[in-house]
Design a protein. Structure first.
Length: 483
């Protein structure tokens, strides 16, 4: 939302290809492109889809201004006929996508674009930029929230984000991924999500002493009084002074709620245990102990294993930058193209790396659930004209190791189609849910998977299978091309 029109947010070769298509026989032929990714980020067992709202806004506002046309003309690259065409350009195709917040897996289409090839080609770069970044941060946030084991996690990363857009949309993605609130005020304003914050060391240092600083803060914010206690000495000064202020608030009749201390340095396991003892002995058993400072999912998990008494986690740099895996790696590949008879002809990309060979044709994705446990069993990629017969046994097999099979009887499974319409004939047909609603979608989606798929280290691989018809099409095309 920082820039209403992102039309020129594209790689230059998208435009040169458009110009080439404009003067070719392919000009008006439709093509189908899939966006998918090949590897879960951060060694995770899954990813979280995010960014669809911004993508939809981008598509709705696609147009070239006269200033854009003048700029292109100055480059002496594009033909006059093509530039004239751009003056009335708008997207006219169809887009199907997995809803934001949905758990997704490698190799399966998460967005399917059907449009004249010039239009489908143009949106590649922005689509990947938007979906890759937000899905990456949503996935990282989901890992951090999982490690926190039910404790609230706050996103505190704006000052370390790679620019305003990354800070804004990264914070949005972090909320989708499960964070309870963000420090990013603009994100709170634009997306109606909770914003939280305490105070900095500079607040304490600007007063004659720590106790005076705490008293002033408590006077200003009696119902959100989290005091930063490590400016001078956490256990000898910070926590005792915080307790003094809490007693003064209590004695003056102020009901204590959403109050406590924040640790920002030192041995969090030891300090939080000692702080908990001191607060409990003073009668403040419901007080919060918050921690921040270069936290990530592994440190949070380790601190909890050590019995740390922290129940509110502020996570910044390592969440907003996904510092151990800074790129999502989603790709956008042509899967089918209209031929001279008006039929969609499947396309396949070959590679010496087997994982880079694409799945051809216009496809759908189904999630298969156990009727008994309501947990997801596998995802099934099929061709567009295929349907699952719920009255017959369903045979699933690993496309890389076809001897691995699972047969589900009709009463043992049910399914859901994942790709949903967002644009039809260039018109937006789906209103974006609120970020809070998307967060609930993420939780419900994640709840349908076993913990084995969600653990931080060496998660169990979830199966993404191909239908018989799609598998045979792929094998036939490979044999035909390779001879």
């Amino acid at each position: 939302m920082l820039y209403h029109n992102l039309t020129l947010l594209t790689d230059f070769y998208e435009l040169t290809m458009m110009n080439g298509f404009f003067h070719s026989a392919n000009r008006d032929k439709k093509a189908v492109f899939d966006m998918f990714y090949r590897k879960n980020p951060s060694g995770n067992g899954y990813a979280i889809a995010a960014g669809l709202e911004q993508l939809a806004d981008y598509i709705e506002n696609l147009h070239f201004s006269e200033e854009d046309i003048d700029y292109f003309n100055s480059l002496n690259v594009f033909t006059p006929q093509f530039l004239d065409y751009l003056r009335n350009f708008s997207f006219s195709g169809d887009i199907y996508a997995v809803p934001e917040g949905t758990v997704i897996f490698p190799s399966e289409p998460i967005i399917r674009v059907t449009a004249p090839i010039m239009e489908a080609q143009l949106i590649e770069t922005a689509l990947l930029n938007i979906i890759n970044h937000q899905s990456l941060i949503a996935t990282k946030a989901s890992r951090v929230v999982y490690a926190a084991g039910g404790d609230a996690v706050l996103e505190f990363g704006l000052r370390r984000a790679q620019g305003p857009d990354a800070g804004l949309y990264g914070a949005r993605a972090a909320i989708i991924g499960g964070c309870a609130a963000t420090s990013n005020t603009l994100c709170g304003r634009l997306f109606d999500v909770p914003v939280k914050g305490t105070h900095a060391h500079s607040w304490v240092m600007s007063f004659p002493d720590e106790l005076t600083a705490f008293r002033h803060y408590a006077k200003m914010f009696p119902y959100a009084c989290i005091l930063l206690v490590d400016t001078y000495d956490t256990l000898k000064s910070g926590v005792p002074n915080a307790i003094t202020v809490f007693k003064e608030m209590q004695n003056s009749g102020i009901p204590l709620s959403n109050y406590g201390v924040r640790l920002d340095s030192g041995d969090f396991a030891y300090l939080s245990k000692e702080a908990r003892k001191m607060l409990d002995e003073a009668g403040f058993t419901d007080s919060i102990i918050s921690a921040s400072s270069d936290l990530n999912e592994y440190l949070i998990q380790t601190l909890k294993q050590q019995g740390a008494k922290i129940n509110l986690w502020g996570v910044g740099t390592q969440l907003i930058t996904s510092d151990d895996c800074p790129a999502f790696g989603g790709v956008y590949k042509i899967a089918a193209q209209e031929n001279e008879f008006g039929e969609m002809e499947p396309k396949i990309k070959l590679s010496e790396n087997p994982e880079k060979i694409t799945n051809p044709g216009v496809k759908k994705v189904f999630r298969i659930y156990s009727s008994k446990t309501h947990k997801a069993k596998a995802d099934l990629i099929t061709l567009e004209d295929e349907e699952i017969d719920a009255s017959s046994p369903l045979v699933l097999f690993d496309p890389n190791n076809t001897w691995k099979k699972m047969i589900l009887q009709p009463d043992e499974f049910y399914y859901k189609e994942l790709l949903q319409p967002v644009f039809i004939n260039g018109k937006r047909v789906q209103k974006s849910p609120t970020v809070t609603e998307i967060k609930k979608i993420r939780q419900e989606s994640l709840d349908s998977f076993w913990d084995e798929h969600k653990r931080l280290i060496n998660p169990q691989i979830y199966y993404v299978d191909l239908s018989d018809k799609l598998y045979e099409l792929k094998a036939t095309m490979l044999c035909k091309i390779r001879g």
